[in-house]
Design a protein around this ligand. Structure first.
Ligand SMILES: NC(=O)c1ccc[n+]([C@@H]2O[C@H](COP(=O)([O-])OP(=O)(O)OC[C@H]3O[C@@H](n4cnc5c(N)ncnc54)[C@H](O)[C@@H]3O)[C@@H](O)[C@H]2O)c1
Length: 263
């Protein structure tokens, strides 16, 4: 009798890059990848936080290292790709995750340079990651990319205009890249998390709340059918699935992870 297929996610030996690895979701997905057996390069503009994440992964018995890179800078992006290639000679998984919420204010008040800054991290950073990582994966004829979009890629939120626009753009890049590389054995997908309790979400809410953070959080929580925010680990679990062979026929998707908020 044939053995039943194993359904646990096993990424033993796969080489992975995570950007924004010092933050809430990036750290959770770095640890999830390491826990699944992958070797992980933790990338962040904050070198200390990236190092802490890699340290947590190695302390737990995984293989990881960290480098500082600003995802808005082509040289830095080429640098993290080179670092992974020098170490492992391949890139199997790319979590294109770094992001910034930007200014929290009505669109008409947003300074022009702040708009550019949000686009630089959330759109150009994702674009540069795809531009530098995909050629490696195409040459390998394998690889999986997961871009971090947002619920803000589906619906608008007042006072988050640049962020909302940037996350809609992440889905556009995801779908275009996915179509272009589908025949090469490379998959590109995205996750669209609703509110997740991370520093990014706290910064947004502190700005939006006008002083009463707890009241705002209670109000927002009540709009989520599950009645709570996601944990970074819950988002990481879906990212891990999308990067795995279990998702081998998923291409160009934006997968909602939001407790039913967009149902
Ligand atoms: N927290 C949420 O509710 C939520 C919801 C939906 C989507 N997201 C998205 O998830 C991703 C991760 O966010 P998070 O919640 O973990 O936030 P976070 O603030 O905890 O982490 C973001 C990380 O990105 C890094 N970063 C910022 N600019 C960078 C740059 N130029 N180069 C390299 N690294 C840079 C930061 O240093 C930080 O460590 C982001 O793309 C965010 O937009 C978050």
């Amino acid at each position: 009798m044939a053995p039943l297929p194993r359904s646990t996610i096993d990424l033993t030996g796969r080489a992975a890059i995570v950007t924004g690895a010092g933050g809430g979701i990036g750290r959770a997905v770095t640890l999830a990848l390491a826990g699944a057996g992958a070797r992980v390069l933790a990338v962040d503009i904050d070198e200390r936080k990236a190092g802490e994440t890699a340290g947590l992964a190695t302390d737990g018995g995984g293989e990881a290292f960290a480098i500082r890179a600003d995802v808005t800078r082509s040289d830095d992006v080429a640098g993290y790709v080179r670092a992974a290639m020098d170490r492992w000679g391949r890139i199997d998984v790319f979590m294109n995750n770094a992001g910034w919420q930007g200014p929290v204010m009505p669109l008409v008040d947003v300074p022009e340079d702040a708009f550019d800054a949000v686009m630089a991290v959330n759109v150009k950073g994702v674009f540069l990651g795809l531009k530098h990582v995909l050629p490696v994966m195409i040459a390998q004829k394998s690889g999986a990319v997961v871009n971090t979009a947002s619920l803000a890629a589906r619906i608008a939120t007042r006072q988050l205009g640049p962020y909302v626009a940037s996350k809609h753009a992440v889905l556009g890049l995801t779908r275009t890249a996915a179509l272009e590389v589908a025949r090469s054995g490379v998959r590109v997908n995205a996750v669209c998390p609703g509110p997740v309790d991370t520093p990014l979400m706290r910064d947004i809410e502190v700005s939006q709340s006008g002083g009463d953070f707890e009241a705002l959080r209670k109000r927002r929580t009540s709009t989520i059918p599950q009645g709570r925010y996601a944990t970074p680990e819950e988002v990481a679990g879906v990212m891990l699935f999308l990067a795995s062979d279990l998702a081998a026929h998923m291409v160009g998707e934006g997968v909602n992870v939001n407790g039913g908020a967009f149902s």
